[in-house]
Write a protein that binds this ligand. Structure first.
Ligand code: ADP
Ligand code: MG
Length: 457
């Protein structure tokens, strides 16, 4: 294997497959000149991107394979010189120009520009409750306006945000379905932010950015899902910002989703942040018991299963993290009923879902943790709050703080108070220390795991 291939191998290991394929796949070594390693990438965009985000990584990887390399330069484009002999005798691989797309590929690209829509994600399947009523109403407004005779734009952009599994994607697909059904001539693009980036980079590679921009420019409704994945990646942000402005100027509707509000999105340029907040910002709150119950009833009805009310209440009570998990539980029950052909009872539901339900088992208290840990390490309960700092008692105390942080919703200062009025930085230090120890010390990892299990069972 050549030296450069090993450099690339290092980068792939270090940065992961996705990043590797997006940025480094087409990077070539050009030459090494008096300690200066010269690498190339086929486009200015790729070159700028890698130079600003990964230069130090590339240099480190190259240095690790070849000590002669002390500096790094990344250049644009295909070199035309023959492969250069390097001091160590390996020939640099010649640059290959990126393949030109054939027509069928472009055609395919067009069709794929918008991601497929999930047929279950329609308005009629969306259960509305207090936590999501604003987001739902706004989404409906946008869908109806866009499908209307004049294709009007009620607020631009509509920015939907909320935690995982609360229905952002569902609402966006519902808008797209609505417009597609009532106004099929309107051009709608729905894309995840990641796909948007991918398409953009691909267009750059195939030198078809004009095409790419053209497609966005002619759109009536552009929806980009999970834009938190764009934040931080400034060149894509730049492109996104231009596309965004062009569409807003032409009065085309834009819908954006993210896991945070525009003002809380990290790594977003200021002008982008303010622009995203210009229209309507609607958040999806965590579900309530009533909404969860409503969703369960609707889903059970849709899939034609009849669940005892008690079972639905159990699920709505205990599976509170998000709607996706709730659906998972319901699907498991449905499958079981169909397989064994028997009705589900409260007991059998509990048994079937014990792993899901356990995560939401009754709260462990700090007192219980202190007691169990003291018992386990054979020290007095009073040492949990004492000022003694000898390792025999300090280490178990740290374990207890660590478990308190992980198994209870208490804050660091609250935990500190429970351990004889210690400062929150002491607790933080303990948590870190135990994290390190469980990673490096098998016995410690087993102790902690055992304690965790007994406390949670
Ligand atoms: P997000 O994009 O916010 O992470 P999704 O839109 O993918 O969440 O929703 C996760 C799952 O929960 C989907 O299967 C979706 O249909 C369902 N879901 C979420 N909210 C609701 C709701 N209010 N009514 C019906 N189904 C919902
Ligand atoms: Mg989503």
């Amino acid at each position: 294997m050549g030296e450069w291939a090993r450099v690339l191998g290092r980068l792939r290991d270090e940065l992961g497959d996705t990043a590797y394929r997006s940025w480094f796949q087409e990077m070539r070594a050009e030459r090494i000149d008096d300690g200066e390693g010269v690498a190339s990438l086929p486009t200015r965009f790729l070159r700028n991107w890698v130079a600003t985000h990964y230069a130090d990584r590339v240099l480190a990887a190259w240095q690790a394979e070849n000590h002669d390399v002390r500096r790094l330069v990344i250049v644009v484009g295909a070199h035309t010189e023959p492969a250069v002999r390097r001091p160590n005798g390996h020939a640099a691989e010649p640059m290959e120009s990126p393949p030109a797309p054939n027509n069928s590929e472009i055609g395919e690209d067009r069709a794929q520009m918008s991601a497929p829509l999930d047929p279950r994600f329609k308005f009629e399947n969306f259960v509305v409750g207090k936590p999501n009523e604003l987001a739902h109403a706004a989404a409906r407004r946008v869908a109806e306006a866009c499908a209307g005779p004049h294709g009007s734009v009620p607020f631009n952009p509509l920015f939907l945000y909320g935690g995982v599994g609360l229905g952002k994607t569902h609402l966006m697909h519902a808008i797209a379905w609505h417009v597609r059904e009532l106004a099929p001539h309107r051009k709608v693009i729905y894309l995840s932010a990641e796909k948007f980036m991918y398409q953009f980079i691909r267009a750059l590679r195939f030198k078809s950015t004009m095409d790419f921009k053209e497609q966005f420019r002619s759109v009536d409704l552009l929806m980009i899902d999970d834009v938190q994945f764009i934040s931080g990646k400034d060149t894509t942000q730049e492109e996104f910002f231009h596309t965004f402005n062009a569409l807003v100027d032409q009065n085309r509707q834009i819908v954006i989703s993210a896991d945070k509000s525009p003002s809380d999105l990290a790594g977003l340029e200021e002008r982008m942040r303010s622009r995203l907040g210009w229209g309507l910002v609607a958040d999806l709150h965590p579900t309530t018991y009533e909404l969860r119950l409503g969703i369960l009833q609707a889903k059970a009805e849709q899939s034609g299963v009849c669940l005892p009310q008690k079972v639905m209440e159990l699920l709505a009570h205990r599976i509170t993290s998000n709607v996706r998990e709730l659906e998972g539980a319901l699907n498991r029950i449905t499958a079981q009923m169909q397989l064994v052909g028997r009705d589900i009872t409260l007991e059998s539901a509990q048994e079937l879902l014990h792993d899901l339900l356990r995560a939401s088992e009754r709260q462990v208290t700090i007192d219980e943790i202190q007691r169990k840990v003291a018992e386990h390490f054979n020290i007095k309960m009073a040492e949990m709050t004492s000022a003694r700092r000898s390792r025999v008692v300090a280490r178990p105390r740290q374990v207890a703080m660590y478990l308190a942080k992980h198994l209870t919703p208490r804050s660091l200062p609250e935990i500190g108070r429970k351990f004889g009025g210690r400062d929150h930085t002491t607790v933080m230090h303990a948590v870190r220390r135990i994290e390190q120890l469980t990673a490096s010390d098998r016995a410690m990892a087993e102790d902690v795991e055992l304690l965790r299990r007994t406390l949670q069972s």
